[in-house]
Ligand binder design. Structure first.
Ligand code: SF4
Ligand code: SF4
Length: 416
């Protein structure tokens, strides 16, 4: 089907198959919170039979954009993309709030501003540092504001240990390729140790790794909000910076989904469309590349030996990746892999959804925690910074004694 047809809500067959899998609808049973009902609303608004009122706008927020429903839709629709385009339609017709414009344009669109603000916050005496040691004030404040979601202890210290710009395989190891790492905002600014683990594993696997200068945010959150203009600026910048690398690797499921999807952000007759399609061909998830390179992860230290894996929606449903992380984990000597029930079910975060619709998000998180508990695993591994933070919050909420780790921690080996 052509892409226009896939985002035409009028093509919805009203079969309701999406209702059997939609995490939001399964919980609240509200017809306008699932693809079938929302498609009808969007169609009626496009035909001027309904206003773009508050109820309509609210219904557009009740989607995790998980893309789970695409896998069962007999009409081949892309309901999440239909919702995003409807949000864009609202954005076009109403001037966004000053705060929203500030966040999207000045903050997210300008990486130097983020870096400067975080850099200042990371060294504020009495706020984030006391006697040279990190304090938890900012993280705890964020935790209260966000319903128990918080950055890990010492996150701001990541800024003081930046990601290396270049790494080579050890002497004598055949170089398999020259690759760029795309860490994404969270791994660059708050969890740089994850990016460092990725680089360690990739160099060990034989890749020469570069962390290019001048990257932007991947733009996924901005695009998902319907702010296409800003999102395209971000994509354009990344496409240009990454143009000279054989492969572009990310360990962030959300960034991976964006990098592979940029072509859909531009009109076919836009010169950026072809460049974006080329970037998609060169973009690969960290686990895919390691698995394809037949990487043998080192035996881990300080990690619970029974391990389970949570599929981020942006990996499983956006990119169709589920095998490579499992195969890598199962190949680790001394690890007992345990599949949890519903490993591919959303953790409930879904970007801003988990904050704006916290009750639904928490119910999904509670189910995930029950599945983890039942698996008996000591360690939960995932491949998305959002899932990582949400699962950690879930473990705290349920007093579940599990480690929650990004998969790169198990690929890099013991900490240096
Ligand atoms: S599964 Fe597809 S065609 Fe069927 S109701 Fe849902 S969106 Fe419409
Ligand atoms: S994308 Fe996810 S949350 Fe949105 S309608 Fe589809 S299944 Fe439901």
């Amino acid at each position: 089907m052509n892409p226009i047809g896939a985002i035409d809500p009028a093509r919805c067959m009203k079969c309701g198959f999406c209702m059997s899998v939609c995490p939001v609808y399964i919980h609240d049973r509200v017809e306008t919170h699932v693809a079938r009902g929302r498609n009808m609303l969007i169609k009626m608004v496009a035909e001027n039979r309904l206003p773009r009122d508050n109820a309509y706008r609210a219904s557009l927020t009740y989607c995790l954009l998980c893309r789970r429903c695409e896998s069962v839709c007999p009409a081949g629709l892309l309901p999440a993309e239909i919702t995003i385009h409807a949000r864009h339609d609202v954005v076009k017709k109403s001037r966004p709030s000053l705060l929203r414009r500030l966040v999207h344009r000045a903050m997210v669109g300008n990486r130097a501003v983020i870096a400067q603000l975080i850099g200042m916050a990371s060294v504020l005496p009495g706020v984030s540092v006391k006697n040279g040691k990190p304090m938890r004030h900012l993280a705890e404040a964020a935790s209260i504001l966000s319903g128990n979601l918080s950055l890990p202890s010492g996150a701001l210290r990541s800024f003081a240990r930046p990601i290396p710009r270049h790494a080579r395989p050890a002497a004598g190891v055949a170089v398999k390729g020259r690759i760029a790492i795309f860490p994404g905002c969270v791994f660059e600014f708050f969890m740089a140790e994850i990016a460092r683990d990725m680089i360690t594993a990739l160099a060990r696997a034989g890749f020469e790794v570069y962390f290019p200068q001048g990257l932007s945010c991947c733009g996924h959150a901005v695009y998902s909000d319907g702010e296409f203009k800003t999102a395209r600026l971000m994509a354009e910048r990344n496409i240009r910076v990454l143009s000279n690398f054989d492969r572009v690797v990310t360990g962030c499921a959300t960034c991976g989904s964006a990098l592979k999807g940029y072509a859909g952000w531009f009109e076919k007759n836009d010169p950026m469309h072809g460049l974006a399609a080329d970037l998609a061909r060169r973009s690969v998830d960290f686990t895919q590349l390691l698995h394809a390179a037949d990487f043998k992860p080192p035996e881990p230290a300080g990690i619970g030996r029974s391990v389970t894996y949570h599929d981020p929606c942006h990996m499983r449903w956006h990119q169709g990746i589920s095998e490579s992380p499992r195969r890598l984990l199962q190949s680790i000597s001394g690890i007992s892999y345990r599949e949890m029930e519903g490993a591919d079910a959303c953790c409930g975060l879904g970007g801003a959804f988990g904050l704006t619709h916290r009750q639904i998000g928490l119910r999904l998180l509670d189910e995930k925690m029950t599945a983890i508990r039942r698996s008996g695993a000591q360690t939960v591994v995932t491949a998305c910074p959002g899932c990582l933070l949400h699962l950690k919050a879930g473990a705290r909420r349920h007093h579940l004694p599990v480690q929650v780790l990004h998969i790169s921690r198990l690929m890099a080996g013991p900490n240096p």
